[in-house]
Design a protein around this ligand. Structure first.
Ligand SMILES: [Cu+2]
Length: 319
């Protein structure tokens, strides 16, 4: 069982949990050195494997500024573009404009400058204030278009998941030829079923989480059954509209295990705020295990998953 800390637990709870898992680890280690207990200890250790995600990693921290910790190459690239390119540029421009304004107000008001200049043209200045912004835009365009290319040119997928937005929940379908052949609905967990000791987070936890293997390219086929929704998981750098009658695609490759949350990001009706997304990233073995269990659990639910071959063809022909 993998757990994560409650969102409201803040740092004290986090460090308590860390201390606890460290202590449990030492206890199990000393048990494991005792041969009759070795297998038992190993089992217990597997069962107790706790992945502690700091607030801001997978879900927002209270009062957080800035973006969630990235957990995909695309999310990293998005944050690089935002934090290292756009923020410095916009900060410098804002300060420069502010300085110019202050200078103009102080230097060229009626009192300090009673006879204003009658200049109407300054060729060099006009060329400069055209060329310099163009150059700034070109500097921004290079990493921006590179990021767009990485987002839109989808690499060979290892796992395909069809996601459907509904009023007001998500449906996930796993294709048969990848060990799936089932689909299920994912609803907000009611408040009275929230158990923070299991890592539940009110308004983010769901009854059925989507599960994906770590380090694999996951292709998301996105559509909607009623109105437009938007599938958004900040840590994966994924935000794609779910449009009825249209198949949109996005991809991500989660680099760390854990549970990563998102929310519908297109106003879609009265319960728009209550259709969260929860994606559990697990090891390849745990994923195979989950597939086998889910196959039984969701056996009755029909789904209309297209074969991946069809999808690849459609992607290549640009439809
Ligand atoms: Cu929605």
């Amino acid at each position: 069982m993998r757990n994560k800390s409650p969102v409201s637990g803040a740092h004290s709870a986090m460090s308590a949990l860390r201390r606890y898992s460290l202590a449990a680890g030492f206890g199990l280690f000393s048990l494991a050195t005792c041969s009759p207990f070795a297998a038992l200890a190993q089992q217990a250790q597997n069962a107790q494997k706790v992945i502690v995600q700091a607030p801001g990693d997978g879900f927002p921290a209270p009062g957080q500024l800035g973006m969630q910790t990235p957990n995909s190459p695309i999310a990293e690239e998005i944050q690089f573009l935002h934090n290292d390119i756009l923020m410095p540029i916009i900060t410098i421009i804002s300060l420069f404009v502010l300085a110019l304004l202050v200078y103009v107000v102080l230097r060229f008001n009626e009192k300090t400058n009673p006879t204003p200049s009658r200049t109407t043209h300054h060729a060099l200045l006009e060329v400069a204030w055209t060329i310099i912004p163009v150059m700034i835009l070109v500097v921004i365009a290079i990493p921006s278009f590179r990021l767009l290319t990485h987002q839109l040119v989808i690499p060979q997928p290892d796992v395909t998941i069809k996601v459907t937005g509904n009023q007001w929940y998500w449906s996930y379908a796993y294709p048969k030829d990848q060990g799936g052949g089932f689909g299920f609905d994912s609803f907000l967990k009611p408040e009275d079923q929230i158990d923070p000791s299991k890592g539940d987070i009110w308004l983010l936890s769901v009854d059925n989480e989507a599960v994906v293997p770590v380090g694999k390219n996951v292709l998301i086929q996105m559509t909607a059954s009623d109105v437009i929704h938007s599938f958004t998981v900040p840590a994966f750098g994924v935000r794609i509209d779910a449009v009825p009658g249209r198949l949109n695609t996005a991809w991500f490759r989660a680099e760390r295990e854990g549970v990563y949350y998102g929310q519908c990001s297109k106003i879609c009706g009265k319960d728009h705020a209550f259709m969260p997304i929860a994606v559990r990233v697990v090891s390849e073995q745990a994923y195979a295990l989950w597939l086998a269990q889910a196959q039984k659990k969701f056996a009755q639910v029909p789904n209309s998953m297209p074969a991946p071959g069809q999808v690849a063809e459609a992607l290549q022909s640009g439809n």
